[in-house]
Design a protein around this ligand. Structure first.
Ligand code: CAA
Length: 258
C-alpha cells in the first residue's frame, strides 16, 4: 500500500488502520495531514479486501485540532475563495464504516474528525473539547452541528461556549462515545470490533451505515422510508440468502459481500 508522510497505514485482516502521525504537533491537522488522511481512507474504501476502517492517533493525542500555526494568518477572502475546511468532509463520503479510536486529546478539528467517523471508541484517559472559542473563532468542521445532534443542545452549547474539555466517561454518558477501553487496549479492541463488522455482508453494513447517518438529517418519515427501501434491497443480495439459510441450517454464514 501507499506510504504517506503524516499518516501510517496498515491492514489487519479485513480491517484498514490509519494512524495519524504528526507527533511533534500532537497530530494537529494541517492541510498535508488532511490530504493524506483523505487519500488513505479513499484507498481503503476502494480496496475489496477491506471491510471496515479504524482511524486512530497516539496515546497522547488523537488530534489537538486544526493546525493553529498554519491558519493563524489566513484572511477571510482566502478562506472563502478556497472554501477553507470544506475538503475535510471527504471523510463523510467514505462508504465503509469507520471507527475512531480516540486516546488523549480530541480537540477542535480533532473532535470534529472523530465525529465524522461512524463510531467513537475512547481510551479511558481521552479528552474531548471544542476550544475554538478560546482562539477567537468557532468550530468550523461540524462541531456546532454534529456535536449538538450527538450530545444535545445543553452539553454542546456548554462545551462550545466555555471551551472546557470533557472526559471519556462524560463523553460516553452524553452519547458521543460508544465504548471506553483502557488506553493501551483501545486500538486492539477497535480492530476487534472492526473485524466483526468486516465479517458481515459489506453491502448490508454499508446500507446500515448509510441509514443510521441519514437519521441525523432526515425527518422520521423520510428516514423510515429510506430504511424500508434499503432493508428491501438487502433481499437482492446473495448474502441475505446465505445469512438466513445458514441460520435455518444452524451453521455459521459465509458471506461473500455480494
Ligand atoms: N495547532 C498547531 N500546533 C499545535 C496544536 C494545534 N492545534 N496543538 C498542539 N500543537 C503543538 C504545540 O504548539 C507544541 O509545539 P511546540 O513543541 O513546537 O511548541 C506541540 O504541539 C505540543 O503541544 P503543547 O506543548 O501545547 O502540549 P501540552 O501537553 O502542554 O498541551 C494541549 C496539550 C492542551 C492539547 C495544547 O497543545 C492545546 O491547547 N492545543 C490547541 C488545542 C486547540 O485549540 N485546538 C483547536 C484548534 S482550532 C480548530 O480545530 C478549528 C476547527 O474547528 C477545525
Amino acid at each position: 500500500s501507499a506510504t504517506y508522510e503524516n499518516v501510517l497505514v496498515e491492514q489487519r485482516g479485513r480491517v484498514g488502520v490509519v494512524t495519524l502521525n504528526r507527533p511533534k504537533a500532537l497530530n494537529a491537522l494541517n492541510s498535508a495531514l488532511m490530504k493524506d488522511l483523505n487519500e488513505a481512507l479513499r484507498a481503503f474504501d476502494k480496496d475489496d479486501s477491506v471491510g471496515a476502517i479504524v482511524v486512530t492517533g497516539s496515546e497522547k493525542a488523537f488530534a489537538a485540532g486544526a493546525d493553529i500555526k498554519e491558519m493563524k494568518d489566513l484572511e477571510f477572502v482566502q478562506c472563502y475563495k478556497n472554501n477553507f475546511l470544506a475538503d475535510w468532509t471527504g471523510i463523510t463520503s467514505i462508504r465503509k464504516p469507520i471507527i475512531a479510536a480516540v486516546n488523549g486529546f480530541a480537540l477542535g478539528g480533532g473532535c470534529e474528525v472523530a465525529m465524522m467517523c461512524d463510531l467513537i471508541y475512547a481510551g479511558d484517559k481521552a479528552k474531548f473539547g471544542q476550544p475554538e472559542i478560546k482562539l477567537g473563532t468557532i468550530p468550523g468542521a461540524g462541531g456546532t452541528q454534529r456535536l449538538t445532534s450527538l450530545v444535545g443542545k445543553a452539553k454542546a452549547m456548554d462545551m462550545i461556549l466555555t471551551g472546557d474539555m470533557i472526559t471519556a466517561q462524560e463523553a460516553e454518558k452524553a452519547g458521543l462515545v460508544a465504548r471506553i477501553y483502557p488506553a493501551e487496549k483501545l486500538v486492539d479492541e477497535a480492530v476487534k470490533s472492526a473485524t466483526v463488522i468486516a465479517s458481515y455482508s459489506l453491502p448490508s453494513v454499508q446500507m446500515a451505515k448509510e441509514a443510521v447517518n441519514k437519521s441525523l438529517e432526515l425527518s422520521l418519515s423520510e428516514g423510515l422510508h429510506l430504511e424500508r427501501r434499503l432493508f428491501q434491497a438487502t433481499f437482492a443480495t446473495k448474502d441475505q440468502k446465505e445469512g438466513m439459510k445458514a441460520f435455518a441450517e444452524k451453521r455459521a454464514a459465509n458471506f461473500t459481500h455480494e
